[in-house]
Design a protein around this ligand. Structure first.
Ligand SMILES: [Zn+2]
Length: 477
């Protein structure tokens, strides 16, 4: 049968506040185990939580950026369950009255725009972390680190509006970009500050009723979101085609083996016995506060992409890649401020810069080549001091040594040969040494000239001005 895939995502994002959601403990990542703790986040008897105002502000900011309605009255609830990383035996979360509802974000897949609904954004506390020696199944004991307990989170729940794993990946990428632009989360998937669970179900094409869904956890990268969903869609299809039934359950994505495995049958909301948190007052948000936050939002990815295509004539694809990260978009803007041509800048960012960042697996914040460095390099090409090809070698050298472009060019004697007399001398030698290629060219084989150009560039170690070589060689021939 031909099925339609239905996907909804739950994104958890750690907010980058200095202190935790209900106490003054630090949220610093990577501190020694169980050092960022106090009686409140350890859930000792008699303590009282106090809401961190910054958490509410960040949650509203996220809600506004995601086109949500901010509820004027919202409250916290207790979500009751037992697990060793949850010392209170309940998670303080928001149930029926979250801070923000009814939003959306727009994605683009294969050149097509699509709007994905956002059901809600709510605030909650993170749980601690269990550490096993080896795998959870084979370890004979587990240790618990409560540093993460009480770190503020927002959970963003989408409508089941996505119809393919590609759309889910695009949604998550856009979500990450927006949260980074508004500076409420650093969204490091590898440190767990952006996490994603996916709900997926299949239904016959043209039908309305949703099929039974499964939830996939441990999707720790954009790639695993797509791969995990692809695997799960294929698994559903196989079960349904054989006349079987999908069991509503939570499954874990095993990245190493490329499969999902059953974790537990899915609990329902009523299993958690939600009830209002009696130790925290409700949150009343006045419209002026929301307007103030809305007014102060920075330019968001969609607007910035439109500016890059509109003002600088970049393709929608290039503008999309550059604005996918605020830091990369800032880099671009800085280059343009330094009077470097926008399209040249885009080519360098999309080419050498991203290639090197990806290979080194670092973010642009840690890029060893600053906008003024790159502007200087591009300036050398424009002045004719070095060719485009040599510039790539210089870039490589800048990346590893941190030296300025001009210094590298000087030290390595990479200055382009643009002296007609010198180039002509080399051309004459190459013509004399390669009579067959010359004859081929004269017999109409245009390709032969490429070989001759190659020989000239070889003789000059790539330093000859390519335009001049082409022009002078044709003249000589
Ligand atoms: Zn604490």
């Amino acid at each position: 049968m031909d099925y339609e895939i239905v996907i909804g995502l739950e994104v958890h994002s750690e907010l980058k506040t200095k202190s935790k959601i209900f106490c003054g403990c630090s949220t610093a990542f990577g501190s020694a185990q169980n050092t960022n703790v106090c009686p409140v986040c350890l859930g000792l008897p008699g303590v009282l939580p106090v809401i961190n105002e910054k958490v509410v502000e960040f949650a509203i900011k996220a809600g506004v950026a995601l086109n949500c309605e901010i509820l004027p009255f919202s409250k916290f609830d207790r979500k009751n369950y037992y697990y060793p990383d949850l010392p209170k035996n309940f998670q303080t979360s928001q149930y029926d009255l979250p801070i923000a509802v009814n939003g959306y974000l727009d994605i683009e897949v294969n050149g097509e725009q699509k709007r994905i609904g956002i059901t809600r954004v709510h605030m909650e506390e993170d749980a601690g972390k269990l550490v096993h020696a080896g795998s959870i199944a084979s370890s004979d004991h587990s240790l618990v680190d409560y540093n993460r307990t009480g770190v503020p989170l927002i959970e963003i729940v989408s409508e089941p509006d996505m119809r393919s794993p590609e759309e889910a990946k695009a949604y998550l990428e856009k979500m990450k970009a927006i949260l980074q632009y508004i500076d409420v989360s650093d969204c490091k998937m590898e440190e767990g500050s952006l996490r994603c669970d996916a709900n997926i179900s299949l239904r016959p094409h043209g039908t309305e009723t949703l099929g039974t869904k499964t939830e996939i956890k441990n999707l720790n990268s954009f790639k695993s979101v797509q791969k995990g969903l692809e695997y799960e869609a294929a698994r559903h299809e196989e079960v349904l085609d054989e006349g079987g039934k999908i069991i509503q359950e939570t499954r874990s994505w095993d990245d190493a083996n490329g499969v999902t495995v059953s974790l537990r049958t899915k609990e329902q909301a009523h299993d958690y016995r939600y009830f209002p948190e009696p130790d925290l007052v409700p949150i009343i948000v006045d419209p002026e506060t929301v307007e103030e936050i809305r007014k102060n939002l920075p330019e968001l990815p969609d607007a910035r992409q439109a500016r890059l295509t509109g003002d600088y004539g970049l393709s929608s694809y290039d503008a999309g890649v550059i604005t996918s990260s605020r830091a990369l978009a800032d880099y671009f803007d800085e280059m343009v401020k330094l009077k470097v041509d926008a399209k040249t800048t885009a080519n360098w960012l999309m080419g050498e810069l991203l290639k090197h960042l990806n290979n080194a697996n670092i973010d642009i914040d840690a890029c060893p080549i600053t906008p003024p460095n790159l502007a200087e390099l591009i300036g050398l090409i424009e002045k004719g001091t070095i060719s485009n090809k040599i510039a790539k070698t210089v870039f490589e050298e800048m990346w590893t040594t941190g030296k300025d472009a001009a210094l590298i060019v000087k030290e390595k004697g990479m200055v382009q040969i643009s002296d007609a007399g010198e180039i002509t001398g080399i051309i004459d030698k190459v013509i004399a040494d390669n009579p067959q290629s010359v004859a081929d060219f004269k017999a109409g084989k245009e390709k032969a000239i490429g070989f001759l150009v190659g020989q000239i560039m070889k003789q000059t170690k790539g330093r000859a001005n390519p335009e001049m070589v082409n022009k002078l060689l044709r003249e000589r021939l």
